[in-house]
Ligand binder design. Structure first.
Ligand code: BGP
Length: 464
């Protein structure tokens, strides 16, 4: 018999600071790597975004009207520490304090991502995550957040999509161009982030005993493109490299063995300092947050040196010589932006996570990016988005019936924002933001059809 969503289920929605806030250099904010990245001609930049920094009260009122029980957002590190370290910028603290208060007054639970891609540029100039001083800077930054907001925020997320930063950070601009393409160095940055994350999890437990904290990778079930044993093995390998590496570390306190032997084989293994593994084992998460958009299908990669000359330009989410090549799945429909749609894969992913880790799960992103059209009378008929979300919610409910401990669902995104890869034309929100690239003043908010649908869904606790 179909189970219901549990009582107190965190029906929410998500954003991240640089994609929604704008005000990129206001009130003392320093530049992040995202602010300094070069975007292709014609792509919207993040300077104004959805102007949420100035309109957050209006936005929170809309979230409350939609009935959100939770709102997952990120703090911009450079609002708190403009240079990554040093003096606290009190105006940054004040902004997030007001935002959190506003949410709590509307009975919306804040779920806070500490770091969502936007490393302070000043830290990157000193080597970014290759420099172990960044570990200390991150710990100090998190400590500041726990000090100011630890009594108000119950759910913390350490790092958004660390795995995607490693797998294709070059596309997002999160790493220094001069070092990002060296795969060995990617895995060193990865290791340093693991150490930083563990320290922050441990510190959160000490400083905020009533709060919960977890990692937030992007997790996707990996399918073999055929039933050829070599393809099945490739899928198994990629699953370890892409998914389990990022959760075995915080949950079990050790490197996933398949991922480690892959790194050894490729000479990518990071330098692990004496007490690193002890530190890693000391920071166990209370739940696993994850982002899910689609599954991934792979074949065995038959090359010794895949795309020899440009190999390092090829992000790891595309291929690895002799190990895997990401291919497409002919059984799945695609979005306008060519992302495969796989609600059943969502159930599979939820089950896999539950079986491996037996921890509460929180979905922090899931959604459909589309070229929404504003029709006469300020209407957006985004039936395709409703369809996508409905199917995923149905599968989530089946997963709960399977025994998965799902505590919340926060689709991407609460409100339209700038897409990480594709600018503002790719809309995800329940609330439309009228953004004309030649005049960024309007930015008015318009409720989409999906806004009213999600409101009903929440009100009925997912009985759709
Ligand atoms: C995730 C990120 C988000 C968001 C989302 C959608 O990887 O955590 O920041 O951008 O993907 O991706 P995109 O904007 O490229 O469509």
């Amino acid at each position: 018999e179909l189970k219901s969503f549990p009582e107190g289920f965190l029906w929410g929605a998500s954003t991240s600071a640089y994609q929604v806030e704008g005000a990129w250099n206001e009130d003392g904010k320093g530049p992040s790597v995202i602010d300094m990245a070069k975007y292709p001609e014609g792509t919207s930049d993040f300077k104004v975004a959805s102007d949420h920094y100035h309109r957050y009260k209006e936005d929170v009122a809309l979230f409350a009207e939609m009935g959100l029980k939770a709102y997952r957002f990120s703090v911009a590190w450079t609002r708190i520490f403009p240079q990554g370290t040093g003096e606290i910028n009190q105006k940054g603290i004040a902004f997030y304090d007001s935002l959190i208060n506003e949410l709590l007054e509307h009975n919306i639970e804040p779920i806070v991502t500490i770091y969502h891609f936007d490393l302070p540029y000043a830290l990157q100039q000193k080597g970014g995550w290759l420099n172990r001083e960044t570990i200390d800077a991150y710990v100090n930054y998190a400590k500041t957040l726990f000090t100011y907001f630890g009594n108000k925020v119950k759910y913390w997320l350490t790092i958004n999509e660390q795995n995607m930063m490693i797998l294709h950070g070059s596309n997002i601009g999160v790493f220094d161009k001069n070092i990002q393409n060296q795969r060995k160095e990617l895995f060193q940055q990865n290791h340093n982030m693991f150490v930083a994350q563990a320290k922050v999890i441990k510190m959160c437990h000490e400083m905020c005993p009533n709060a919960k904290i977890g990692p937030a990778p992007n997790i996707s079930s990996i399918y073999p493109a055929s039933c050829k044993p070599e393809d099945v093995l490739a899928a198994n390998n990629f699953s370890s490299i892409r998914n389990w590496l990022y959760l075995d570390i915080p949950v079990f306190g050790r490197y996933n063995s398949v991922a480690w032997s892959y790194m050894e084989e490729k000479s990518y293994t990071p330098t692990v300092q004496d007490d690193d593994m002890e530190i890693i084992a000391s920071g166990k998460p209370d739940f696993i947050a994850f982002n899910y958009y689609r599954t991934t299908t792979v074949t065995k990669n038959e090359y010794d040196n895949y795309l020899a000359d440009s190999r390092d330009e090829q992000p790891l989410d595309t291929a690895e010589s002799g190990v895997y090549t990401v291919s497409s799945n002919p059984h799945l429909e695609k979005t306008q932006f060519n992302w495969e749609i796989d609600p059943v894969g969502f159930r599979v992913t939820l089950r896999e996570l539950n079986e491996r880790y037996n921890l509460p799960l929180l979905v922090t992103e899931n959604g459909l990016g589309a070229l929404d059209r504003l029709e006469d009378g300020d209407v957006i008929n985004d039936d395709y988005r409703i369809e996508y979300l409905r199917k995923h919610i149905e599968q989530a409910r089946l997963a709960i019936t399977d025994g998965v401990q799902l505590i919340g669902y926060c689709p991407w995104s609460a409100i339209d924002l700038v897409s990480t890869h594709e600018g503002f034309s790719k809309h995800y929100g329940f609330i439309y933001v009228n953004r004309d690239e030649s005049d960024l003043k309007d930015l008015r908010r318009i409720k989409k059809k999906s806004f009213y649908w999600y409101k009903k869904t929440i009100a009925s606790n997912g009985e759709i």
